[in-house]
Design a binder for this molecule. Structure first.
Ligand code: NAP
Length: 249
């Protein structure tokens, strides 16, 4: 079983929710971490928590869609040593507007965070991983990639493209385990945003996402993170070129 001990992973969107839980869980598993998000205060707080677990940790606050952010994250991973890859978990939802109601700047933010962010990480990390002959490129996907729920169009389109990017990277770099991970329905800020969405699809979203909360189906971020960490510890290559959805296992 491959150990994560001494391996360095970049986790984007690590300041809260699933990303923060991933960073803490990976640190417990012996990994070192480079963390990213835009808000520097929340990010540094998460980095402190990770350091308390005994991991070497660096962080960089910036938009993951920018090449400069990805370049810095990889540079920080090299500084720690044992660079093993990335988990692209950062996302923005902007739930509520129907596609034709969506302002262009919000559309771009959603698509750029998930898709362009994944491209930037790939662009800057893959040369190192190819040279090492091993590594992981994990793209946090979503079941939304497969259905058309009104009011989350930009997000669903971005996630479908991001999951395809994972398969593309697997086809181009067979020595790197590149796959999409679907975390399930998880109790985070993103769910809260969907429950309080505004725009043409708001009533439907309030009903669906409010229902998840009321029925108690949301799982804690630590549980979602645990499913991915188990795979990274066991055999990440098993899922290369695929979508790993623990609910379908
Ligand atoms: P969340 O609580 O909203 O956290 C999103 C994280 O991404 C934050 O750390 C945020 O920090 C960061 N972020 C957003 N835009 C960014 C950008 N442009 N550059 C850098 N960082 C950025 O979300 P979550 O629910 O934990 O979701 C994590 C992942 O799981 C996402 O990929 C999401 O699609 C997926 N997922 C979640 C669920 C669910 O039910 N929660 C279901 C399916 C899939 P800043 O705002 O400070 O940048």
């Amino acid at each position: 079983m491959p150990s994560l001990k001494g391996k360095t992973l970049i986790v984007t969107g690590a300041s809260r929710g699933i990303g923060r839980a991933l960073a803490l869980g990976l640190a417990e598993a012996g990994a070192n971490l480079v963390l990213s998000a835009r808000n520097p205060e929340r990010l540094s707080q998460a980095a402190e928590e990770v350091a308390d677990k005994g991991a070497a940790v660096r962080y960089f606050a910036g938009d993951v869609a920018s090449g400069e952010t990805a370049r810095r994250l990889v540079e920080l991973a090299r500084e720690i040593g044992g660079f093993y890859g990335f988990i692209h978990n950062a996302c923005v939802l902007h739930a509520g507007p129907l596609v034709w109601e969506m302002p262009e700047n919000l559309w771009r933010e959603v698509v750029d965070t998930s898709l362009t962010g994944g491209y930037q990480l790939t662009r800057h990390a893959l040369p190192d991983l190819l040279e090492a002959g091993d590594g992981v490129a994990v793209f946090v996907g979503s079941g939304a990639a497969e259905y058309n729920l009104p009011g989350i169009g930009a997000y669903a389109v971005a996630k479908a493209a991001e999951e395809h990017l994972a398969r593309q990277v697997a086809a181009e770099a067979p020595h790197v385990a590149s796959f999409a991970f679907r975390p399930g329905v998880v109790d985070t800020d993103m769910q809260q945003q969907a429950r309080s969405a505004s725009g043409g699809a708001a009533p439907q979203l309030h009903q669906i996402f409010g229902g998840y909360k009321e029925k108690g189906v949301l799982i804690p971020p630590e549980r979602a993170a645990g499913y991915l960490i188990q795979v990274l510890q066991a055999d990440p290559h098993r899922y290369s070129g695929k979508v790993y959805d623990w609910r379908k296992e």
